[in-house]
Design a binder for this molecule. Sequence first.
Ligand code: APR
Length: 227
Amino acid sequence: MRILVFTGAGVSAESGLRTFRAADGLWEEHRIEEVATPEAFQRDPALVLRFYNERRAQVIAAQPNAAHTAIAEMEQRLHVDVVTQNIDDLHERAGSTHVLHLHGEIKMARSTADQQVVVPINGPSLDLGDKCPLGSQLRPHIVWFGEAVPMMDRAMELAMRCERLIVVGTSLNVYPAAGLLHYVPNNVPIHLIDPGDVPMLRSGIDHRKQKASEGVPLLASELLKLA
Ligand code: APR
């Protein structure tokens, strides 16, 4: 069985990483347009780099939780692809081997001269003056608001080919990512694990209002029994 797991910030919430759309509408005390847009980086690159340095330090200190682990363990018996909107590497650190990051990766940097040039960041900080091999300033390898989502095509292919979809911890607010559900064939069962009210983008979704660390291991054990 080919399983596609589509995750958002909620899968990492119990690892101590905050979700985006909390009640105050702020992301770690900042408005999104202050830190997560190309215009913000042009206006105040030091602020944006510092903001992502703080996020990176949090990711380095965080540990995968039971949901990441259960997703990774399903690979022992099933074909599992993970498409995540998260920029953390907790799926990989839990052991998942097929992980596609739709919105970039906090531990990587990319050239401001050529977006194909992507390099790892060693340690927590990326600073003004850190240059790519071409000699231009490096920026976080993050898809900011208003930017294209180059991995979307590959994610759509995975959605079209999957035989079961598990959605975990995403408000399904941000497009094109949320549109992934529309590419899943109609006869494919969809499970959603999220304690919140999420727009039902299709009828017949098995919505389990549980935290990821409870709901995902439970569902994984059910699917492993079917396999
Ligand atoms: N377990 C599962 N889900 C949870 C948990 C938990 N412990 N805690 C919170 N959630 C759910 C919330 O109910 C909500 O539906 O996680 C979801 C988080 O939603 P958002 O904060 O909107 O995060 P996400 O959907 O990943 O955001 C998408 O928006 O800002 C951009 O690029 C950023 O990738 C991000 C995108």
